[in-house]
Design a protein around this ligand. Structure first.
Ligand code: 0OX
Length: 322
């Protein structure tokens, strides 16, 4: 087989096995077999450098350390979320929505406690990723995002789209990182969100690559050549394209079901391997979202329900015990 063909075949195999391992958590081959595929790809790309392309899975931990991050203006402004802290406030939100667009279906999702990013794909290739910043302009952190194995470098179809997701660090990885830092006498991260932000905003991608970051995609911001009716349809489409989407996204027919789902999520919070700080309630019908529109910074078609901060053992408590 000619090298161009073999390189193409190896890339497809490696991208597929990355998807199986990092997105579905259902690997089909052993780490050894995976490493052999990657080694053959790297050798072929070294032998034929003209065939090496930035979207190759061998280029995930590429790039030299940056001097600074380039500012990047988002394709779609990254809105923030209004908060609700009680059932009453959720019902007020529901009343406002129904006054404007009549009865609606909602989708209730986990609210991952990480940092929001925008990912741009042109004809199926991951081209630019950026942090939220002020919602209009963020930082271009593409090289660092490429080290996150659950971010596909190439989609199933050659489609151009923009998605939004939450980068996070699993709690176990956070604790291990702080243990290592404590041994080295380095400052500790206060929580997984800070650790994720600090790791994503490293100027050296090789450092980011070691930090075990992960991502859940939760919004299709923009797409060329396709139209969807509902949010749930977009999540199913993104999942088929190879994204790791927000794992709990329950369709609810009314605010009573929303309130029940929010309670369900609160009860499983401690069992999740990552931090959540609440649940997000979204209108499912995309046309009704358009009618509802947004305020200066928040959509009128979504709200975050925040749980009280988790009761954590505080250092003060340790001192008292001592
Ligand atoms: N942290 C999360 O998990 C999360 C954050 N934001 C949103 O949706 C916002 C985005 C645009 C308006 C609604 N969904 C989420 N699941």
């Amino acid at each position: 087989m000619d090298p161009k063909e073999r390189i193409k075949e190896l890339r497809e195999k490696i991208n597929y096995h990355n998807y199986r391992y990092y997105v579905l958590d259902q690997p089909e081959i052993s780490d050894y077999e995976y490493d052999m595929l990657m080694r053959e790809l790297i050798e072929l790309e070294e032998k034929y450098p003209e065939l090496k392309t930035p979207d190759s899975p061998s280029q995930r931990v590429g790039g030299e350390p940056l001097k600074e991050f380039e500012p990047f203006t988002h394709v779609v402004p990254m809105l923030s979320l209004a908060n609700a802290f009680s059932e009453g406030e959720l019902r007020d939100f529901d009343r406002r929505v129904r006054e404007a667009v009549g009865d609606v279906e909602y989708v209730v999702e986990l609210k991952i406690d990480g940092l929001s990013v925008e990912l741009i794909y042109e004809k199926g290739i991951f081209t630019v990723g950026s942090t939220r910043g002020d919602g209009i302009v963020g930082e271009n952190v593409t090289q660092n995002l490429k080290t996150i194995k659950s971010i596909p470098l190439r989609l199933k179809d050659d489609v151009s789209l923009v998605v939004r997701g939450e980068v996070f660090m699993p709690r176990a990885s956070f604790e291990k990182l702080n243990e290592e830092r404590e041994k080295l006498g380095e400052s500790l991260f206060a929580n997984p969100r800070n650790a994720a932000a600090g790791s994503l905003r490293q100027l050296d991608p090789k450092v980011t690559a070691k930090r075990d970051l992960d991502i859940f995609i939760f919004n299709l911001q923009k797409i060329e050549g396709r139209k969807f009716k509902t949010h749930i349809e977009t999540l199913e489409f993104l999942n088929e394209q190879g994204f790791k989407i927000i794992p709990i996204h329950k369709k609810c027919s009314n605010i009573d079901e929303v309130i029940k789902e929010i309670e369900e999520i609160r009860n499983l919070r401690d069992k999740l391997p990552y931090d959540i700080d609440g649940a997000v309630v979204k209108v499912n019908d995309l046309e009704k979202r358009e009618i509802l529109g947004q305020t200066a910074k928040d959509p009128r078609w979504a709200i975050a329900f925040k749980y009280p901060a988790e009761r954590k053992k505080t250092k003060v408590l340790d001192i008292i015990v001592q």
